[in-house]
Design a protein. Structure first.
Length: 252
């Protein structure tokens, strides 16, 4: 009887906690779906007169892309994943670059930085890959904690990152850093202030006070003709005239 009485008294508490957990999960899911499908992420709220130059960034995970449809939808540029770490080359890199260029898009390439590999080695992996293609924008080093947590100290991370950028510049390439808010504070600002910056910030570009970034990635959930599924959306932080002037400068 004692055991039965104990079971009966604990069961309402168990049910209560399951209900609370279920409610929290539901609220989180609804919040995510609301964010994902909001006007902000899926409509051209930043574009038009304020930010007329828009683009995408892609990797093999975006599958086969019809770049003519992308261009017809009003997109001007694409950043294509080239490499990662010391040896990895994206299997769709060359196809993406060729097809995007043939469709008239401005093409750039990016490397995902891995803190567990020496910076100069990563730079040479990137250089080896991009020598086979024609690019229109500075080489991008994608710098973020995702995938790099607790591998090396922050000091070592910065040291290897500086080595990579130094090697790229010594080889004659212009460089741009891609990062988010945390990466801006931890990696960009201490090392590369004044270098070109592509900022991931899921908000209205007018609300971002970071000085000098040339591009902003404002959504991970864009839908663009010619691409199956979600794709990252970006804008150039300037007018069409400023875009033309910037391209002339980086290709001098």
């Amino acid at each position: 009887m004692a055991g039965r009485a104990h079971y009966s008294s604990s069961r309402p508490d168990t049910i209560k906690w399951f209900l609370i957990l279920g409610a929290l999960v539901a609220v989180g899911l609804l919040g995510y779906l609301s964010l994902r499908h909001s006007h902000f992420f899926h409509k051209d709220v930043f574009l038009g007169e304020r930010y007329p130059i828009r683009g995408i960034d892609v990797s093999k995970h975006n599958g086969v892309i019809d770049y003519n449809k992308v261009a017809d939808a009003g997109y001007s540029f694409v950043f294509v994943k080239a490499t990662e770490g010391a040896t990895f080359v994206d299997s769709n890199f060359y196809t993406n670059c060729r097809k995007a260029s043939d469709a008239g898009l401005i093409v750039g390439a990016y490397h995902f930085f891995r803190s567990n590999r020496e910076g100069d080695v990563q730079a040479h992996n990137f250089i080896k890959a991009i020598k086979r293609v024609e690019l229109d924008m500075p080489l991008v080093v994608d710098v973020e904690d995702w995938g790099n947590y607790n591998i090396v100290s922050e000091a070592e991370f910065n040291s290897r990152l500086r080595a990579m950028v130094k090697t790229l510049k010594q080889e004659g390439y212009k460089v741009m850093i891609y990062t988010n808010g945390d990466g801006y504070r931890k990696y960009y600002k201490p090392n590369f202030e004044g270098e070109y910056l592509w900022l991931c910030k899921l908000s209205d570009p007018d609300s971002v006070t970071t000085a000098g970034h040339k591009f902003q990635q404002f959504s991970h959930w864009g839908r663009v003709a010619g691409i199956k599924g979600d794709v990252d959306l970006n804008v150039f932080m300037g007018s069409e005239r400023e875009w033309d002037k910037w391209l002339d400068k980086v290709n001098e």
